[in-house]
Design a protein around this ligand. Structure first.
Ligand SMILES: [Ca+2]
Ligand SMILES: [Ca+2]
Length: 216
C-alpha cells in the first residue's frame, strides 16, 4: 500500500514538473535581407513548402529561461582552415550575411563545444543567405563525445538517400533566407553539437554564417 502511494506521489510530481514548464516563443534576431530577387533553385526534391512572399516563419516554443549557449564558444570543423572567413564568425551572435565561412567541398561538418553537458531545445542556423540556395544533406547531431562515436542523437536530418552514411532522414530540404532555419530539439542533453552539410544547389562548397543553440 505504502509503495503504491509513494509511486502515486512520484507520478503527480512528474506531471507537475511538466505542467510548470512555461513555454515562450523563440525570438530570433534576423539580419538584414540581402536577396533582392525571387529566383529559386530548380529541381530540388523534398523541398519545404513555400510560405509565400515575405511571410516570416512561425516561431518555435521553448521552455522559458533558455539562452544562446553557442555564443563565443569553441568551434571546430572537419576543415579547420576555411578558404573564406574565420570559424569564430559562426558563434559571434551576428547573422550578417556578408560574414560567412567557406570550407571544403563534399560532406563536411562544424562543431560547437558548449563546455558542459546542457539540455537543448532549439538550434537556429544560417548557412549563406545572400542567394536563395539549398544546402545538401543537412544533419544535426548532439553528443557528449567530441568524436561523435558514442551516444550520438540526431535531431535533424534531410539526407533522404543516406548519401552521407549517417542514416536516412525525413526532414525537408529548405531554401536559405535571412530568416535562417529553426530546428526543434526535444530536450536532448549534450556538450557538443555538430552540423553536417554536403555542398549546395549553387556550388559544392559548404558555408556557415551563424549558428545559435538554445538550452539551459
Ligand atoms: Ca543525400
Ligand atoms: Ca556570425
Amino acid at each position: 500500500m505504502k509503495k503504491i502511494s509513494l509511486l502515486m506521489s512520484f507520478v503527480v510530481m512528474l506531471s507537475l514538473t511538466a505542467a510548470n514548464t512555461k513555454l515562450v516563443k523563440l525570438v530570433i534576431e534576423y539580419p538584414e535581407k540581402l536577396v533582392k530577387g525571387t529566383e529559386v533553385p530548380k529541381g530540388i526534391q523534398n523541398l519545404e513548402k513555400s510560405r509565400g512572399k515575405d511571410v516570416a516563419p512561425a516561431l518555435l516554443e521553448i521552455p522559458e529561461g533558455c539562452e544562446n549557449l553557442a555564443e563565443e564558444k569553441e568551434v571546430t570543423a572537419s576543415d579547420e582552415d576555411p578558404s573564406v572567413g574565420d570559424l569564430d564568425y559562426i558563434v559571434d551572435a551576428d547573422a550578417d550575411g556578408n560574414e560567412y565561412i567557406q570550407i571544403e567541398e563534399g560532406l563536411q561538418w562544424v562543431q560547437i563545444n558548449l563546455e558542459e553537458s546542457k539540455t537543448l531545445y532549439a538550434a537556429h542556423i544560417w548557412h549563406y543567405h545572400a542567394q536563395p540556395r539549398v544546402y545538401n544533406d543537412i544533419v544535426v547531431q548532439i553528443s557528449d563525445d567530441p568524436d561523435f562515436i558514442k551516444g550520438v542523437k540526431t535531431v535533424f536530418n534531410n539526407d533522404h538517400d543516406n548519401s552521407s552514411g549517417l542514416g536516412k532522414g525525413t526532414d525537408k530540404n529548405y531554401i536559405e533566407e535571412f530568416y535562417g532555419k529553426s530546428i526543434k530539439i526535444d530536450g536532448v542533453k549534450g556538450q557538443y553539437i555538430r552540423f553536417y552539410s554536403n555542398g549546395n544547389s549553387a556550388d559544392k562548397s559548404n558555408h556557415y554564417t551563424e549558428i545559435q543553440v538554445f538550452g539551459k
